[in-house]
Every structure is written in C-alpha cells, then in structure tokens.
Design a protein around this ligand. Structure first.
Ligand code: IDP
Ligand code: MG
Length: 137
C-alpha cells in the first residue's frame, strides 16, 4: 500500500469539477483517506512549490495556487503514486491522454486542474505539508 498527495487546483474547484475528479479517483480503485478544502497563502504556495523556484513559471504558478480554494487529498492504494499520475495525465492538458483528469478538466499547462506527488520521498513530504500523522491513519 502506498500513499500520495493529490490536489484539486483552484481552476477546477472554481469550475465546479471537484466531484467529477473525486469520482475518477475512486473509480480507479484508489481510496481518499483524508481530504480538506483550504486556501493557501502566497507564502505557503511558494513553500509547497519550492522545488520549482528557479523556473520561469514559479511566480505565476504560486499566484495561481493561492488564488482560490483548493482540495487536498491523501490518496491510498496499490502503486498509488504511479496510478494517480496515470489518471491525472500529462502536465500539459493538450498532451494528456484522452479521458485523463487533465485532458477532461485542464485548461492549459499551468491551469491543469490537479497536482499529484511524483515519487515516494516527495509524496511523504507533501502529505506531511498538509496532514498530521493522525489524519493519515
Ligand atoms: P506536474 O504537476 O505534472 O508534476 P511539474 O513539472 O512538477 O508538473 O510542474 C508543477 C506545476 O507547474 C504543473 O502542474 C503546472 O501547474 C505548472 N507548470 C509546469 N510547467 C509549466 C510551464 O511550462 N508553464 C507554466 N506552468 C507550468
Ligand atoms: Mg511535479
């Protein structure tokens, strides 16, 4: 069993797509073991995406991620990290496979509806960023 962090980003929350997205996650056989709807300050968004601090899109990405409510989810299942990345689709919705979350609900490479951790180490760090160990039981 593996855990990963998923986020419904502000674009998809604003567009009223969170229910559809949760449906896709559950239909893939993944379990949401913790979930909350929150707002990030600009500072928190910068901290969360610190790995991208030297990228040209860092400023705009962190502005976007702090622009409205997000839904953070702890997702659990067998190979949850890879499985959830697969149902999210490619970073750029235009390149995301048909039927993936980003293909269905993403707008562009930045406003791409969802986030997902990319490896066991980052999943652990990202889950701890939003959830206490008791919330993850
Ligand atoms: P990922 O979300 O598929 O793991 P990353 O490369 O980790 O993709 O990028 C993090 C987030 O930064 C993306 O989900 C997207 O919102 C944004 N992003 C990535 N590349 C670009 C870009 O070239 N322009 C604008 N935003 C980008
Ligand atoms: Mg990433």
């Amino acid at each position: 069993m593996e855990k990963t962090l998923g986020i419904v980003k502000p674009d998809a929350v604003k567009a009223g797509r969170s229910g559809k997205i949760i449906d896709i996650i559950e239909n893939a056989g993944l379990k949401i073991i913790a979930m909350k709807k929150i707002s990030l300050s600009k500072e928190q968004a910068k901290q969360f995406y610190e790995v991208h601090k030297d990228k040209p899109f860092y400023e705009s990405l962190t502005e976007f991620m702090s622009s409205g409510k997000i839904i953070v989810m702890a997702i659990e299942g067998e190979n949850a990290i890879a499985k959830y990345r697969q149902i999210m689709g490619a970073t750029d919705p235009a390149k995301a496979e048909k039927g993936t979350i980003r293909n269905l609900y993403g707008t562009n490479i930045e406003h791409n509806a969802v986030h997902g951790s990319d490896a066991p180490e980052t999943a652990k760090e990202e889950l701890a960023f939003f959830f206490s160990k008791y919330e993850l039981l």
